[in-house]
Design a protein around this ligand. Structure first.
Ligand code: 15L
Length: 262
């Protein structure tokens, strides 16, 4: 298995996706630096270290990125339920600090963006990666900000990025919408390996979605990066068909015209 030569920083390491990636990538021999505001809840795997850092602290973030060749940026506010001020600190300030750190270290960034950056596109034809940013929430707007800043750092400073517009990354689909939006953990893990080991990625975009027949999303940069999903939500159809999301404002979107959920 190919692996990055330099250490890899994972922000948001204590979250569900961060914990999964830590386990998976450490098992492949990656040298990991982990960080989160919350303590790391698992035993540290061999080759990994953890530091509790607030992404709003630019100096600390720069120290973390120093010497790394890759940042898997999964840290920050992860839903629209976060207060605006926390979104600003984690997703605007924090994002800027990660890119500044990457610029200084010469590191590549994989940014965990979200389908909510484009959630107010209508469900008509499948959306391609170059569709306009159309956030459905302040959280989605903060992810759009991240993609725009990432592009700036590519054009101005040559910092490579992959923006991953993650659909719904859960152990399995839990409602009908996820038959469209689900990304399996295993596909996410394989995606990070591809993003971390591709010779070049430039400034690319991937839809973070498994091979679902009902996916809302189409063309992206997967061929150039060398990733394609191997799992599919289709096998869960009987389990979740007709099951509505329990999101409090989901009714607005549920059978409706937008790809968003609340
Ligand atoms: C996201 O961006 C969130 O981080 C996640 O909690 C889910 O809500 C997901 O989108 C989704 O749209 O299902």
């Amino acid at each position: 298995m190919p692996k990055p030569e330099k250490p890899v920083l994972i922000t948001g390491a204590s979250g569900n996706l961060g914990r999964f990636l830590t386990k998976t990538l450490a098992a492949q021999g990656w040298t990991l630096r982990l960080t989160d505001m919350a303590p790391f809840p698992d035993e540290l795997p061999p080759g990994a270290s953890f530091r509790r850092v607030d992404l709003a602290d630019g100096l600390e973030v720069a120290r973390l990125v120093e010497g790394c060749g890759l940042v898997l940026h999964f840290g920050g506010a992860s839903t629209d339920e976060w207060a605006f001020e926390s979104i600003v600190d984690a997703n605007l300030r924090g994002l800027y600090h990660v890119y500044e750190g990457a610029r200084l270290a010469g590191a590549r960034v994989v940014f965990a963006s979200s389908n909510h950056a484009i959630g107010f596109h209508e469900r008509t034809e499948k959306l391609d990666a170059d569709c306009s940013l159309m956030p459905d929430s302040l959280y989605g707007a903060s992810k759009a900000f991240g993609e725009v800043v990432g592009r700036l750092y590519w054009m101005k400073h040559g910092v490579e990025s992959v923006f991953v517009r993650i659909g719904s990354c859960f152990p399995e689909p839990i409602d009908e919408r996820m038959l469209s939006t689900w990304l399996s953990y295993a596909d996410l893990g394989r995606m990070m390996v591809a993003c971390g080991t591709a010779a070049t990625v430039g400034c690319s975009l991937l839809w973070g979605v498994s091979n679902n027949a009902r996916s809302f999303w189409g063309q992206d940069d997967r061929v150039a990066i060398g990733w394609s999903p191997q799992d599919s939500a289709d096998v869960f159809e009987n389990k979740v068909l007709g099951k509505l999301s329990d999101s409090p404002i989901a009714e607005k979107y549920q059978g409706g015209i937008y790809t968003a959920r609340g």
